[in-house]
Design a protein around this ligand. Structure first.
Ligand code: GLA
Length: 379
């Protein structure tokens, strides 16, 4: 596969569901995966763009006599090829998890049995196995591979890239090393997405801190190659509606991959409507592929802006504080050209529109909430 076709694999940030934030290691079974896939379709989220169903760590049962990975027969009695086929029958795509070292993260952190699950020394066979199984997306996760391989990060991730590139089957390549080795500097175009931070928790401070860590990274994202601020904790823990809205809206502003990690069947209609909001999904999936930059960073709130393919801009007024705030920015701060005629701002939450009377965007933002406006410039 050429670098150009690798980029076309994820021309916009991939969207879907991943098992980890929902069931972690302990609760992973083929039933959970199928329930998620079915719920994506039934709740209209597949139609909204969520189409990759990714099985994270803890699916593996070891290797057979020929060294080939096999699934845990208790958790996945039907086997991975049958599961992938069921996911494909639903009109969705199937993803899986592997690591470049000898042990997976769950071997280190979740007491998962060490059965020789890592891809070190098996890279070609594992890539071929995944392609035969019908895998469309690979999450390849560092997990302390410096302890078990002679490779540095770029070498280890390049090795699997090269194996994937030999295959006839296109496989989106998501890498994860928690941002420790500044992957935004070397991962594109080798990988379609790279994690930029340590693991996200289902807490407000974790979400705010991850947003903060993305401020310096906007220039590195582009079609086919995305910063990944980690999967969504949307719907998890004790996150409030405002916090869930902010989490989702800011991931859309950041052109982030959007992976749900919650029990989709059990989400309230109100939360499903947030995830399926066509205005926000369109901002995340904007074909220009520009990640938002932070235009205003104050104690009383933040303003983020990204340029869109139609010549307009998406502006987010993000309130990380526990008080309602008036948050805003001038066109100059936003990089919006002024003096070109009327600018219309469309509220992404309710679809209402207004003409901006002054060369600025500002509004009241509830505690922990985010307002998003799509600016349309006069022709
Ligand atoms: C790491 C990753 C997580 C998840 C687990 C699986 O912590 O960052 O996203 O894949 O490993 O063990």
């Amino acid at each position: 596969m050429t670098e150009q076709s690798q980029a076309q694999l994820a021309a916009t940030p991939p969207m879907g569901w991943n098992s980890w934030n929902q069931v972690r290691c302990e609760g992973l079974t083929e039933r959970v995966v199928l329930e998620a896939a079915t719920a994506l379709v039934d709740r209209g989220l597949a139609a909204a763009g969520y189409r990759y169903v990714v099985v994270d760590d803890c699916w593996q049962g070891g290797r057979d006599e020929s060294g080939r990975l096999v699934a845990d027969p208790v958790r996945f009695p039907s086997g991975i090829p049958a599961l992938a086929a069921r996911v494909h029958e639903l009109g969705l795509r199937f993803g899986i998890y592997a690591v470049p070292g000898a042990q997976t993260c769950a071997n280190y952190y979740d007491d998962y049995p060490d059965l020789g699950l890592g891809s070190y020394g098996h890279e070609r066979l594992d890539a071929e196995t995944f392609a035969e199984w019908g895998v469309d997306y690979l999450k390849y996760d560092w997990c302390r591979a410096e302890e078990t391989t002679p490779y540095d990060r770029p070498q280890a991730f390049q090795l699997m890239h090269d194996e994937l590139a030999r295959l006839r089957r296109p496989i989106v390549y998501a890498i994860s090393e928690y941002g420790q080795g500044e992957p935004w500097r070397w991962a594109p175009p080798m990988a379609n997405l790279w994690r930029t931070t340590a693991d996200i928790d289902a807490t407000w401070p974790s979400i705010v801190s991850i947003i903060d860590q993305q401020a310096a990274l906007a220039e590195f994202a582009r079609p086919g190659a995305w910063n990944d601020p980690d999967m969504l904790q949307f719907g998890n823990g004790a996150l409030t509606l405002a916090q869930n809205r902010s989490h989702f809206a800011m991931w859309c502003m950041l052109a982030a991959p959007l992976f749900l990690g919650t029990a989709v069947a059990g989400l309230s209609d109100e939360l499903v409507a947030v995830l399926a909001n066509p205005e926000l999904v369109a901002i995340d999936q904007d074909p220009l592929g520009r990640q938002a930059r932070r235009a205003v960073d104050g104690d009383a709130g933040q303003v983020w802006v990204r340029e869109l393919a139609d010549g307009g801009f998406a502006v987010a007024l993000f309130n990380p504080t526990a008080e309602p705030r008036r948050i805003g920015a001038s066109f100059e701060q936003l990089g919006v050209p002024s003096g070109t005629g009327a600018v219309v701002a469309r509220d992404a939450w309710d679809g209402s529109e207004r003409v901006l009377a002054e060369a600025s965007v500002s509004d009241d933002v509830a505690a922990h909430d985010t307002r998003v406006f799509r600016l349309r410039l006069a022709a």
